[in-house]
Design a protein around this ligand. Sequence first.
Ligand SMILES: [Zn+2]
Ligand SMILES: [Zn+2]
Length: 66
Amino acid sequence: MNCYDCLTLQETNAAVAVCTRCGAGLCLEHAHVAPQIVHETAGVGRSTHSPDARRLTCGVCHEAEV
Ligand SMILES: [Zn+2]
Ligand SMILES: [Zn+2]
C-alpha cells in the first residue's frame, strides 16, 4: 500500500500506517499521531488507562477533528 496523501501530491511513498478514521494509507510524514484517552466505565473512581493509547490519522481527518 502507498501513502494516500503522497499520491494526491503526485508522489509515491510506502505507507507505514493507516488512518484510524478513513482508512487511508499514510507514510511517516503524513501520519498524525495523537494520544487517545481510553475511557472505561467499569466501577467508580479511576476511569482512564495510563499511558494513553495511540491514534493515527491522516492530514484531512486530523484537520477535521481540530
Ligand atoms: Zn505521505
Ligand atoms: Zn483519514
